[in-house]
Design a protein around this ligand. Structure first.
Ligand SMILES: *Cc1c(COP(=O)(O)O)cnc(C)c1O
Length: 429
């Protein structure tokens, strides 16, 4: 299976039915699993044998879909979570605790920023946010002796900046910590961060991977290359005995390829229970089966839309990494030669009021708090998610009052552009 290309893996990786077994991944809608003896089940609890005992920790449907995502990213182990938020929380909390520090790109999803800067800060983990385009020296200067990880997004939501993964990996490794990359926007069809030196990859599977707005979910993939033992003093949770599992040491028992995900499952899923429903994993898998067909269409549609907007007299500015002249065009070409994503942001001339008129004129594009969906959708943060802020507060948050985030779907591009054209016609400059 590992020799296959990603399109084939979208259909086949993670689950191979035996003779007479269901063609589709079965939905194992069961909280629990039966065993003949208490001793057999005890071995599972001690992590001495592998098997299922309670769906809060692991479920066959979820594991098969996780194995597909693992294969797509080229990782050694993976797990699903109930949301992208849970995936990023677990990825960090698995190796950082109270008193520790993390360096993160400042160009990240607002929900992730809040998770780090507010909620995890309350748990005693401190964060330093850096401009991802800064020099290697400046990035390096953000590290402290207690830093446990470096975090960034391959393509930031909604800033649409492109992460220089190799630069980030070099600096993380020079400081003896892993690079964690949220790869939600490009998906492994357009970029595999592990190949460029990232160590852990996370996803909000709610977005393109699902693609049909069916389920909220997340995933964590381990590349298996980071040597926890070489920095054992920094990562005692992986390299010293876990008393809650009869003293097993994760790196010893599960190797570098399995330690991170096993620990996150055994400790964090056990204690926080952010486990996905098997039914949702099934929906996610249906989306994954066409991911390799949808992504190129999202990208070519978005490219045409971005060019149309750039040439339009009522559009003040356009941000899309696929546009030549975009500050991140070169990085996008390097890391995503086949296309970046379907999200385009732009400003309508005339500011907040003009953007509202534009939004009201759309018919095909639906106004929705969602991105990376098969159907075109659009969000004007200043009049929705950030409506309580005045223009000055918006600027401070890095969002201009005229910013429209357009998630270009896989409809016929002529129809998407005609819809935008009509809505822009209604704007009086
Ligand atoms: C949406 C999103 C998340 C959060 O995912 P949920 O599934 O909504 O919890 C995290 N990172 C990125 C880049 C996202 O776009």
């Amino acid at each position: 299976m590992s020799q296959h290309h990603n399109g084939t893996k979208c259909l086949h990786a993670g689950y191979r039915p035996e003779n007479g077994q269901p063609r589709n991944i079965p939905i194992v809608q069961s909280t629990t699993f039966r065993y003949e003896t208490g001793e057999a089940m005890g071995k599972l609890f001690d992590l001495e044998a592998s098997g299922y005992f309670y769906t809060r920790l692991q479920n066959p449907t979820c594991d098969q879909v996780a194995a597909k995502i693992c294969a797509l990213e080229g990782g050694t182990a993976a797990m699903l979570t109930s949301s992208g938020q849970a995936a990023n929380f677990f990825a960090i909390f698995n190796i950082a605790s109270a008193g520790d520090h993390v360096v993160a790109s400042s160009a990240i999803y607002g929900g992730t920023f809040n998770l780090f800067a507010v909620t995890m800060q309350r748990m005693g983990i401190s964060f330093t946010f850096v401009d991802p385009d800064c020099s290697e020296e400046d990035l390096s200067a953000a590290f402290q002796p207690n830093t446990k990880a470096l975090f960034g997004e391959t393509i930031a939501n909604p800033a649409l900046t492109v992460l220089d993964i190799e630069k980030f990996a070099r600096v993380a490794h020079a400081h003896g910590v892993p690079l964690i990359v949220d790869n939600t926007f490009p998906t492994p069809i357009n970029c595999q961060p592990l190949k460029w030196g990232a160590d852990i990859v996370t996803h909000s599977t709610t977005k393109y991977m699902d693609g049909h707005a069916n389920q909220v979910g997340g995933a964590i993939v381990d590349g298996g290359a980071f040597d926890w033992n070489a920095h054992a003093d920094k990562f005692p949770g992986l390299t010293t005995p876990d008393e809650s599992y009869h003293g097993i040491t994760y790196t010893e028992r599960f190797g570098l390829g399995g330690a991170f995900i096993t620990k996150a499952t055994a400790q964090l899923m056990r204690d926080f229970g952010a486990s996905p429903a098997p039914m949702n994993a099934y929906f996610l898998n249906i989306g994954l089966e066409t991911l390799h067909l949808r992504m190129p269409r999202h990208c070519s549609n978005a490219q045409q839309v971005a060019q149309f907007l750039q040439d339009h007299p009522k559009v003040a500015w356009v941000k899309y990494p696929g546009l030549p002249g975009d500050p991140h065009y070169a990085l996008a070409r390097k890391y995503m030669p086949n296309g970046s994503c379907g999200v385009v942001s732009f400003g309508v001339k005339g500011g907040r009021a003009a953007a509202e008129t534009f939004m009201a004129g759309l018919e095909l594009a639906s106004i929705a708090t969602h991105v990376a969906d098969a159907k075109t959708c659009v969000l004007h943060p200043a009049s929705t998610t950030h409506r309580q802020m005045n223009d000055a507060e918006l600027h401070a948050a890095g969002i201009s009052p005229d910013l429209v985030r357009l998630s270009v779907g896989i409809e016929d591009p002529e129809d998407i552009i005609a819809d935008l054209e009509k809505a822009l016609d209604a704007v009086r400059v």
